[in-house]
Design a protein around this ligand. Sequence first.
Ligand code: HEM
Length: 395
Amino acid sequence: MTHTDPALPPTVDFPLRKPGVPFPPPDYADYRGRKGLVLSHLSDGKRVWLVTRHEDVRAVLTSPSISSNPEHKGFPNVGTTLGVPKQDQIPGWFVGMDSPEHDRFRKALIPEFTVRRVRAMKPAIERTVDAQLDAMLAAGNTADLVADFALPIPSLVISALLGVPPADREFFESRTRVLVSLRSSTDDDRMAAAKDLLRYINRLVEIKQKWGGDDLITRLLATGAIAPHEMSGVLMLLLIAGHETTANNIALGVVTLLTNPQWIGDDRAVEETLRFHSVADLVSLRVAVQDVEIAGQLIKAGEGIVPLVAAANHDENTFECPHAFDPSRSARHHVAFGYGVHQCLGQNLVRIEMEVAYRKLFERIPNLELAVPTDGLDIKYDGVLYGLNELPVRW
Ligand code: HEM
């Protein structure tokens, strides 16, 4: 769809993640070089502003005139949201709230994700990763690293954090897997899996209310800050936000390390993988609730905004040689986890999961190699996140 207003920049096609187009799409560099912002229309016809420069993405994500609430008219819809439609209507889904409503949830959860707290989880994460590797090694000398390694790890880690009993973790893992398998599950499958998980989570909250335990749910209930009916939204958000995002980074990072083996064993590869792949390019969607100017461009109240974190993380004004994978650079100011009040709550946990996953994988299988050429990798084009459908490896 195009427009006829000469005062507006010409529209561009979006989303740009398509078969045959490398990621991040080369067009992002062109957009960063343009004056102001880039105008596009989504498939539902809504007008959206694409934000591609690092400083502009940070400006959008900290502007009080810009909202995260999908109920505002004009909020961009980029298709299937993390696999489950309408999940943002669950009470407690705080990523879709603005201050001050959002602050209560964020404040109650911050203590669960401090560096100290997640470091204490490291031995349990190591055991989880080892168990996946034991199973892979016992099964032969080939594997699909997405299904056999990258997807189960975050799901098992989050289920342990929530206090899911070990006997139920297999159920929990298999249901969460359906949510993210866009290729092998239908919308109905995903809705059914989401319902099963919600039912399970509600039951778990009841059990923790009654018996307690050494887990996040018990501690969160004890704060009194979150009502029992909001708990399921909070817990589903933790589960969904931390599952495929982490898995995609683990899988893509393995490919990058196998093709840049000089960085295997260097923990700095974790931060650079987050920047380099920027899997959550389409996650931080926003809408203007008042007229606001970003990069000299007037965005009118009710217009959608798509800050593209992959474009920002490859901005040549912020990162030298941004298209090179170089863990020796200082990548910490990347925006792969977003920026501002919604910046990823699970980032300390992710860093440990990725570090343990890479270290254990390459220590225990030093002769690991890709079983397909890199240009034959099965890339996900249809979801919100950038990642791989499958990663065949052998040793
Ligand atoms: C928020 C990325 C893993 C929990 C976000 C946001 C991004 C992001 C971009 C900002 C959303 C926005 O601006 O609207 C990632 C990436 C991950 C990852 C790339 C893995 C590499 C995790 C994990 C957890 C988690 C493991 C928890 C276990 C959350 C939560 C929010 C969030 C709860 C919402 C925070 C808020 O609204 O205050 N994440 N995430 N994420 N993430 Fe992550």
